[in-house]
Design a protein around this ligand. Structure first.
Ligand code: G3P
Ligand code: MG
Length: 245
């Protein structure tokens, strides 16, 4: 296996559930708890801006509605992505990937960019996210790790910026996933923690792939996986698990 530059613990969507997910406020909070690696979800506005949002629609976590794929960045930038969480985060905006890159580099944090395309935009989202990542992290010591559940998004990323590391996300072990991972040239496989055990970690390592899991919020699960040789854990519990705890 190649050297692995990423910290063992990654904060999920910034600071898990303690701050509005996928906002700069969440990243600040996660870093305050000592995290030096983050996972976030990236998709595209209508005019091709890479920004952070988990869902296919704006409804749950912003003051907007509907698919962001039909909205230009200028309008998305005016949305409130904090009030849904709690009053202290009122008016917290959606961040662009550019801002997250600046935060991570200023605070010596690594980033796992989960490419989370709106339906129908899989390949272009992978291409744009990878090109942006390559530009934003040019010369950085630790490149961002690009991951996705969508092979087409990772194909786009591979073709646009082949040198950036990629990981296949798996919520289930669908037929043919190892061949797909091979074709995508991944450096890691990131599964639901329920799919991971010592034997699978060893099989992944034997193929030259690192083994990571999401979303581990239980200390006993984390201890088992660490003993089994896991390479990375993505957690919501930035207050209870992770660096120094
Ligand atoms: O990247 C791992 C994890 O974030 C995948 O699940 O739904 O939280 O994006 P989700
Ligand atoms: Mg995610």
């Amino acid at each position: 296996m190649k050297p692995w530059p990423y910290p063992l613990w990654l904060a999920h969507r910034g600071a898990g559930k303690l701050a509005p997910e996928n906002t700069l406020a969440a990243f600040r909070l996660g870093a305050g708890f000592g995290f030096r690696a983050f996972e976030c979800d990236v998709k595209l506005s209508r005019d091709g801006e890479a920004f952070l949002l988990h869902d296919d629609t704006l409804d749950r976590t912003t003051s907007g509605q509907g698919s962001p794929a039909g909205v230009d960045w200028a309008a998305l930038a005016r949305l409130d992505a904090g009030s849904w969480h709690s009053p202290p985060f009122t008016a917290e905006p959606l961040p662009r990937l550019t801002q997250i890159a600046a935060f991570c580099q200023a605070n010596d944090c690594a980033l796992n960019i989960e490419i989370k395309p709106c339906p129908g935009f899989e390949r272009v989202t992978g291409e744009v996210a990878a090109l942006e990542a390559e530009r934003l992290w040019a010369g950085a010591a630790i490149p961002p790790l690009l991951s996705s559940f969508k092979p087409e998004a990772l194909e786009g990323a591979r073709d646009a910026a082949p040198a950036l590391p990629r990981a296949l996300l798996l919520d289930a072990l669908w037929d043919g996933w190892p061949d797909t991972a091979e074709a995508l040239g991944v450096v890691a496989v990131i599964t639901n923690w329920r799919l991971m055990d010592r034997a699978r970690i060893e099989r992944l390592h034997a193929r030259g792939w690192r083994a990571l899991v999401y979303t581990v919020n239980d200390a006993s699960v984390a201890e088992r996986l660490i003993a089994d040789g896991i390479d990375g854990l993505i957690t919501d519990r930035v207050d209870a698990l992770g660096p120094g705890r």
